[in-house]
Design a protein around this ligand. Structure first.
Ligand SMILES: CC(C)(COP(=O)(O)OP(=O)(O)OC[C@H]1O[C@@H](n2cnc3c(N)ncnc32)[C@H](O)[C@@H]1OP(=O)(O)O)[C@@H](O)C(=O)NCCC(=O)NCCS
Length: 161
């Protein structure tokens, strides 16, 4: 996103290398098979394709969540999203994604795609609330533990959110 988004004390901005200790701390608490440091470094460097964003609590200055997506022509692939365990259920993920989608609409992005663990109830409910539909399943896509992925799609349109 070109400009930082402001939303109820949470500001969205591009991830930088100095953020990575905090980001990795959240990642390791969020996932059973967390991304390593090198993957986050790659996303930060991949400026043509990747949009790694952090959500910052303006009061404390701390990172409370992040989202990483790729823009591929008129489609977006969300590759990672997590919120710090102490900040969950405050609509931080929802506000983050709504802010991102508003920017994507301005850039004429047609659709947003993502994969989610079949058993990840909170994430699936989040995506359903935002209007995503399940469009497929990838068997044994995830490891640690092995689990199917549900592929979800949101077709962006002016009236969808
Ligand atoms: C999934 C995750 C990002 C949600 O973040 P969050 O900031 O707590 O979610 P929000 O507060 O924005 O929730 C928005 C909506 O999502 C749904 N939701 C989110 N967490 C939920 C939960 N634990 N139980 C039920 N519904 C949930 C609800 O519909 C909620 O709306 P509501 O508050 O009106 O009920 C967070 O739980 C997380 O970091 N999980 C670990 C990482 C992960 O699984 N990432 C997704 C990978 S695909």
């Amino acid at each position: 996103m070109a400009e930082a988004e402001k939303n109820s004390g949470i500001r969205l901005r591009r991830m930088i290398r100095d953020d990575l200790p905090e980001v990795l701390g959240i990642e390791r608490r969020a996932f059973s098979n967390p991304w390593p440091l090198s993957t986050f470094e790659g996303e930060i460097q991949n400026t043509g394709l990747s949009f790694p964003l952090v959500a910052v609590d303006e009061g404390t200055g701390g990172i409370v969540g992040y989202c990483i997506y790729w823009v591929i022509h008129d489609e977006v692939q969300v590759n990672n999203i997590a919120v710090h365990p102490d900040y969950r259920r405050r609509r931080i993920a929802e506000d983050m994604l709504r802010g991102i989608f508003a920017e994507l609409r301005k850039r004429n992005i047609r659709a947003v795609l993502l994969e989610v663990r079949a058993g990840n109830g909170p994430a699936r409910l989040l995506y359903e609330k935002l209007g995503f539909n399940a469009i497929g399943r990838r068997k044994d896509y995830y490891t640690h533990p092995t689990e199917d992925a549900v592929v979800m799609e949101l077709v962006l349109g002016p009236d969808r959110l």
